[in-house]
Write a protein that binds this ligand. Sequence first.
Ligand SMILES: NC(=O)c1ccc[n+]([C@@H]2O[C@H](COP(=O)([O-])OP(=O)(O)OC[C@H]3O[C@@H](n4cnc5c(N)ncnc54)[C@H](O)[C@@H]3O)[C@@H](O)[C@H]2O)c1
Length: 341
Amino acid sequence: MKNHSAAVIGLGYWGPNVLRNVIDVDKFDDIYCHDLDISKIDKCKRRFTSIKPVSSYENILNNDDINCVFICTPLSTHYQLAKDALLNGKNVLIEKPMTSTVEEAKELIDISNKKSLKLMVGHTFEFSPPVEKIKEIIQNGMLGDIYFISMTRINLGIHRKDVSVIGDLATHDLSILFRLIEEEPYSISAVSNSFVKNKLKDVAFINLRYKSGTIVNINVSWLSPKKIRETIIVGSKKMLIYDDTKSDEKIKIFDRGVDVLKDPDSFGEYQLTYRTGDIISPVLEATEPLKIEISHFIDCVNNGLKPKTDGYCGLKVVRFLEAAEKSSDRGGEVIIINGAK
Ligand SMILES: NC(=O)c1ccc[n+]([C@@H]2O[C@H](COP(=O)([O-])OP(=O)(O)OC[C@H]3O[C@@H](n4cnc5c(N)ncnc54)[C@H](O)[C@@H]3O)[C@@H](O)[C@H]2O)c1
């Protein structure tokens, strides 16, 4: 079905990736594009000749043919651009993180609910085949009880101007974590520092705790000699490594662990037996996560479905980001999350 048009706002680094996929899914009559920087529009027009450049956002808001707006601008602009789009009757896919504050996120959800419009957040990793596979592996009990998860997302740069490394990079890990584990963490603490700029934190170590006993560490940084995108999950039965920098074998499951056995020769003593078994790497679908995400959004708009990463998912991540910032501003104070949606 092709009977509406779309608009992509912001054509810097990420916007052209979104635009390429919006074109590829081939569900819109016309695709309009806007950026405050005209050179970005010109560059995209040379690459994607079918797009329709628009010089002002108002023209997009006032165009009744456009029913979907993809917002790929810096975080500080998300709230206002999304609000204007929703108030003008557009369904919105907003890049991550959804907004700078919890209040802004709540307001966008409220407007989208009142106007019966779709509001989705670009938590791209929630659409990635490895994350889907890990969720399946955890749910079918292969790893056993989850003892801990260690997530590392570090590389050199790019220092953003309007968001700290917590909002920029930990957003990915929090959204992955919330997709993998349904239970909500009850506390968060973080230590961070800004070594390069005065205000914006460029290194952070974030800790989360769950009532079930699971503990999680998220290490994010724009200052690292090596690019690492790794999640290690240790369970009572098996262990798993997810390395997103690998082109294949992104997930490896290790039949490794420690068994605690009662020592038959001495009363009350226990023996630890270290188990080292097979390593397996599940086959994964090769589709680009962003393509899955964009197709899903359009499907939700066309067929009245609830987006997998709806406004509430975006709000949950923003809530934990806000708490992590607060904790690190207070020297690592443990913040108890009240669990209210
Ligand atoms: N989902 C992902 O995996 C992923 C990856 C990278 C970036 N992102 C997100 O995408 C967004 C953009 O990131 P980026 O790296 O492309 O940033 P960028 O700075 O490279 O590009 C942003 C573009 O938006 C334009 N812009 C700024 N304000 C505008 C406005 N009011 N109206 C129209 N255009 C405006 C700028 O001129 C620039 O071209 C951010 O929210 C970021 O977090 C998501």
